[in-house]
Design a protein around this ligand. Structure first.
Ligand code: PPS
Length: 314
């Protein structure tokens, strides 16, 4: 189907699709963000008490952000828990409209005026993060999730938001395996941070989504200890309870704002950060052949890395 847009006829399937380009280092990111934002982010002034939350998308980022919000409040001895303000998503424009990025400041600009300690988030690859952070100033929490569930979660999200191209599942799967989806190859992203974390446990905490699900109390305790917080068992239990999937979904925790437009202009289908929250949902999407194909890639890439994921195997 075609629609008339001024002087040119353009294919309807391209309406709303932002320009994406494949860059070996950056993966697929909106080209419009690339140069000015990324240069500024590389030079971004990191403070010693900054906490950066970084992930490949769909790995539980918002879960960690809300956990940190609660831990920070408890550490400050707040009697009443304040609402979480949106955390600067470093490489995105204010308002999340990538089409307006050229004329809109990136969210990293807002971070400059924030009081310490700041919580900041990004999905950028390691080599694109602030140089000072890579030189181990500030703290970095990386959250990783098994790549099959990531693929399915992202596929659903991309099918709803105008900020990302929508593909059929077989198309998406093929591109994901080639590193040609948003943010590039999962293996490259995750393994770079995994390596970076080794021997740097004071400044880098590498977490797994599946551990958050299966052992929430010990994982939240590990986060609190990493930040040097002294909290009671009751405090930790409170955080675990507040950050359960059900609670975050039903209590409408104000998560990072995210895209404002949907492909079908129907706000009921706005992509949600809270979809299923399970380990193993990939089984509802991967065919047997896709699973075997992916397992072969996984084995090759993860061999000798010492990093293992729980796929919810039955
Ligand atoms: S984003 O858009 O990249 O920032 O998304 P992100 O927050 O990283 O990941 C979204 C997925 O995390 C799940 N989620 C949770 N699972 C369990 N418990 C809690 N509390 C929780 N909070 C978020 C969310 O449901 C998305 O996964 P899927 O598989 O799509 O449900």
């Amino acid at each position: 189907m075609e629609v008339n847009s001024g002087s040119k006829l353009i294919s309807k399937s391209h309406v709303h699709k932002p320009q994406l380009a494949l860059d070996e280092k950056r993966g697929m990111i909106p080209t419009i963000l690339a140069d000015s934002y990324l240069k500024d982010i590389s030079n971004f002034k990191v403070r010693n008490d900054d906490i950066f939350v970084v992930s490949y998308p769909k790995s539980g980022t918002n879960w960690i952000l809300y956990t940190l919000h609660l831990l920070n409040q408890l550490q400050k001895n707040e009697k009443v828990i304040q609402q979480m303000s949106p955390v600067p998503y470093m490489e995105f424009p204010e308002g999340y409209d990538v089409a307006k990025a050229a004329s809109t400041p990136g969210q990293y600009v807002r971070a400059n005026d924030m009081p310490s300690p700041r919580v900041l988030m990004s999905h950028l690859q390691l080599e694109l993060l602030p140089r000072e952070l890579r030189a181990r100033k500030g703290k970095l929490i990386y959250i990783a999730r098994n790549p099959k569930d990531v693929a399915v979660s992202f596929y659903h999200f991309a099918s709803l938001t105008t900020n990302l191209p929508g593909y059929s599942w077989p198309e998406y799967f093929t591109k994901y395996c080639q590193g040609k989806t948003h943010r590039g190859l999962w293996f490259d992203h995750v393994l770079a941070f995994w390596e970076f974390a080794q021997g740097n446990e004071d400044t880098v905490l590498f977490l797994k989504y599946e551990d958050m699900i299966l052992n929430p109390t010990s994982t939240v305790t590990i986060i609190a200890e990493f930040l040097g917080y002294s909290l009671t068992e009751d405090n930790i239990a409170f955080v675990v309870n507040q950050t359960s999937f059900e609670n975050m979904k039903t209590a409408c925790v104000p998560l990072n704002a995210g895209p404002t437009k949907t492909k079908n202009n129907n706000n009921k289908n706005k992509p949600s950060f809270m979809r299923k929250g399970k380990i193993g949902d990939w089984r509802n999407k991967f065919t047997v052949a896709q699973n075997e194909f992916f397992d072969a890639i996984y084995e090759g890439k993860m061999k000798n890395t010492g990093l293992h994921f729980d796929f919810g195997d039955q």
